[in-house]
Design a protein around this ligand. Structure first.
Ligand code: GLN
Length: 288
């Protein structure tokens, strides 16, 4: 970069063009998120300080982040944070980066429950805690538990529950699916899950950005349904009558997961919710 003055606006334009030349999906947004991270401000600040010159330290800090992004690393993993449901979650290489698609699941549950819901929510495969903690944030009288196999992911969830001041209403346990609560007599009003659901064959064609995420959070076996089988077979015993099971699903999995649910004879009122792209992204069912 030459001796001309690099203002906030000018560096954003330069970065956008650079990312665009690399055919990246959201060149403007990525530049804004990286720059606001370096400046320690939110994105609005960039627009209220568009003509502000950047100091050399800021430029030196920004440049390597731009290079990392251009190499294909996700913005969330570079800055260690991702916004979801209006909240900021810590993330790292040990967790799945929260997807906007998953907001469909959280929004469905929030729409279904009364605002003063004071029941218990179970999140199976809770990862960094995104689903459970965002539900608890918007349901101030609810409490819940997350079950997660990865110790590293549990550590991230612990940070998130403290940062979001939800430590009193949430607990995370190390568990292979339901194992840690077997024979415990625990019961819940709602069970949510975004399990690994990509088929082993599709794992080979994932974008490099996604492949950088933990495979154990993504791969759902030969037909992608391994974890739904466990979720569907076990949720009935932990849900109260009338309780809700809501699971994120992959693009072609709706019929198969519906059949699994129907075969138990324990669920009814099975329905789908669409994501922003119009794809059935969530399946919900009620415990009889
Ligand atoms: N939706 C994610 C993806 O396509 C997969 C999430 C999952 O396996 N639970 O990358």
């Amino acid at each position: 970069m030459n001796k001309e003055i690099w203002t906030v606006g000018r560096i954003l334009q330069w970065t956008e063009q650079y990312f665009r030349s690399k055919e990246m999906d959201s060149p403007r947004l990525d530049g804004e998120v990286l720059l606001s991270h370096i400046l320690g401000k939110d994105r609005i600040y960039l627009y209220t300080h568009y003509d502000q010159p950047l100091v050399q330290e800021e430029l030196d800090a920004f440049r390597p982040l731009v290079q990392e992004r251009a190499k294909g690393r996700s913005v969330a993993s570079i800055i260690g944070e991702k916004d979801f449901m209006g909240l900021t979650f810590k993330v790292n290489e040990h967790v799945l980066i929260p997807r906007p698609d998953t907001e469909t699941l959280v929004e469905y549950v929030l729409d279904t429950l009364p605002k003063d819901f004071s029941g218990r929510i179970l999140d199976v495969c809770s990862g960094p805690g995104t689903i459970l903690l965002s539900l608890l944030h918007y349901l101030p009288q609810a409490s819940g538990m997350g079950l997660e196999l990865s110790i590293q992911a549990l550590q991230v969830a612990e940070q998130n529950r403290n940062q979001l001041q939800l430590a009193e209403r949430s607990i995370f346990k190390h568990s292979d699916m339901f194992k840690a609560i077997e024979h415990s007599g625990e019961s819940f009003d709602v069970i949510v899950s975004n399990p690994p659901y990509i088929t082993s064959a599709d794992m080979r064609i994932l974008a490099p950005e996604v492949l950088a995420e933990p495979h154990m959070a993504l791969e759902g076996g030969a037909d992608g349904l391994d974890f739904y089988r466990i979720l569907v077979a076990n949720s009935g015993q932990y849900l109260v009558p009338g309780g809700i099971l809501a699971m994120e699903i992959g693009i072609h999995q709706g019929d198969d997961v519906r059949q699994l649910l129907e075969a138990t004879g324990q669920f009814h009122e099975i329905q789908y919710c669409k994501d922003l792209a119009g794809i059935n992204r969530v399946i919900v069912a009620k415990r009889m």
